[in-house]
Write a protein that binds this ligand. Structure first.
Ligand SMILES: *Cc1c(COP(=O)(O)O)cnc(C)c1O
Length: 469
């Protein structure tokens, strides 16, 4: 297939630099004036076909189940897209003054409040552009409020890589603690690392194994008694909306991934949004701006001891708007029901699949679960990677693999609430079939994928001879 570029080389048009309005010669020096402008020439249908063909190679939740654990790849309602493309929103400019964009500010203010209610937090900023950015923001708040003496952040060994990375970026020493045999925080090991140097503990609940940390109140007590703060990584909030909230579990700071729990798009790395919420005592440190309301008037304000700005303007407004639409559409009851179904779907798939794959941690899962392909690897040399690739042959997106790190040959599966029983059954059937193939015809799985536009890649060659352009 010829690329757009190759096709367009054939014909080019020279467009003369337009004179300015009066026709007078420009006062700018000749050497910086734009010369001939050459635009590529192509027919509209060719361009449309080019992008349509590219789009067909993509895989999205509109093509099928997207069981990428930890990512909450749920359906993003099309109605939100429609509402957001209203010119009343798309024609606003971030440099307009607050008086001219009261409606947009009201929406953001409402969203701050709703997230506060969902998380039991007293104040929220909508600025951060992703979960990891929220972590950085939240940890900056912890750092500022704790002072320099407290220089350690504790993370469990099941934590997402961004947790220790965010802490390290801010100069914290990262103390990692091993999980207990049930896959939960080990209280004894927590006690061992708590000290007058502890700035805080970062935790996901349910954790990355999909298990609810049932000792959370005790954990919070112990961290607080040692003078530390608790940071809630909200990536797994989809499991508990309307059931439990981080604020009541004892967390002081949270981030929420709007592109996970609140159904905003997150393909291709963004734009995302990772609002951060805090308890009252930390509200004065929030980054600027936060949106306040006074007698029905909305304004952008800087908290008294703000850590500063973490993002231009007010964050990714288009994403905030979609999350607002989603919350408004579902309401409290709908959000809570979504969590019910997210957990139900994961438990159903887990119950079925634990017969074909190992399930290292057996406590009932929440919205996701982690299987191990260690049996397949040790018996037939088929690894989690091969299983993931084989799924592509059946037209299904692979789950997250090799995370969390504490599970050998991890397959991390999160169906989300938006999959039907038929779709789940099809997914389960494919995974069972691959388990069979791994036993009876391992070569088939080891050489996958074969039905995709790009066949099995030579990973070793790619590492040894990377083509970076
Ligand atoms: C996705 C995720 C993050 C990071 O969030 P981004 O929005 O991708 O930056 C952090 N922790 C966990 C557990 C996650 O799943």
């Amino acid at each position: 297939m010829k690329t757009l570029k190759e096709k367009s080389v054939a014909g080019r048009t020279g467009i003369e630099t337009p004179k300015n309005e009066t026709g007078a010669k420009s006062s700018l020096p000749e050497n910086i004036l734009r010369g001939k402008l050459e635009l590529p020439e192509n027919s509209i249908i060719n361009v449309a076909r080019h992008f349509h063909n590219l789009a067909k190679r993509n895989y999205s939740v509109l093509d099928g189940i997207y069981p990428l654990g930890s990512c909450t790849m749920k359906y993003n309602p099309t109605i939100s897209e429609k509402l957001c493309s209203n010119p009343l929103f798309t024609n606003t400019h971030p440099l307009q003054n607050a008086g001219e964009v009261q409606g947009s500010l009201e929406i953001m203010h409402t969203l701050q409040n709703w997230l506060g209610e969902i998380c039991c937090m007293d104040a929220f900023t909508l600025s951060p552009a992703a979960g990891a950015h929220g972590e950085l923001t939240g940890l900056m708040i912890i750092k500022k409020s704790q002072g320099d003496g407290r220089c350690e952040i504790i993370v469990p060994d099941s934590s997402h890589g961004t947790n220790p990375a965010s802490a390290a970026m801010l100069g914290f020493d990262v103390k990692q603690i091993d999980s207990n045999p049930q896959g939960l925080v080990d209280l004894k090991k927590l006690d061992d690392v708590l000290s007058e140097k502890t700035a805080g503990l970062m935790l996901t609940n349910p954790n990355t194994l999909g298990l609810f940390e049932e000792d959370i109140l005790e954990i919070a007590d112990r961290v607080h008694s040692a003078g530390g703060l608790l940071y809630y990584d909200g990536a797994n909030l989809n499991a508990i909306v309307g059931k439990a909230c981080p604020g009541e579990m004892g967390f002081d700071v949270v981030h929420v991934n709007l592109h996970k729990t609140f159904a905003t798009p997150h393909g291709g790395g963004g734009p995302g949004s990772g609002p951060v919420g805090v308890k009252e005592k930390l509200a004065k440190y929030l980054p600027a701006p936060i949106i306040l309301e006074n007698n029905g008037k909305y304004s952008l304000e800087t908290p008294s001891e703000s850590i500063g700005r973490v993002k231009a303007f007010t964050g990714n407004f288009g994403v905030l708007l979609r999350a607002y639409c989603y919350i408004k559409m579902l309401g409290g009851t709908g959000l809570s029901k979504a969590s019910d179904h997210a957990v139900l779907n994961a438990r159903y798939a887990c119950e079925k699949l634990k017969k074909s794959y190992d399930l290292p941690f057996t406590k009932p899962c929440m919205h996701e679960f982690v299987l191990s392909a260690r049996k397949q690897k040790h018996e037939n040399g088929v690894k989690a990677l091969n299983i993931g690739k084989r799924m592509l042959d059946y037209g299904i997106h692979a789950p997250t693999i090799y995370f969390p790190l504490i599970v050998e040959e991890a397959l991390m599966i999160e169906p989300t609430e938006t999959e039907s029983k038929e779709s789940l059954d099809n997914f389960i059937e494919v995974m069972e079939k691959i388990a069979q193939e791994s036993k009876n015809n391992p070569e088939l799985v080891l050489n996958a994928p074969q039905n995709t536009p790009v066949k099995k890649l030579d990973d070793v060659k790619a590492v040894k001879e990377p083509k970076l352009k």
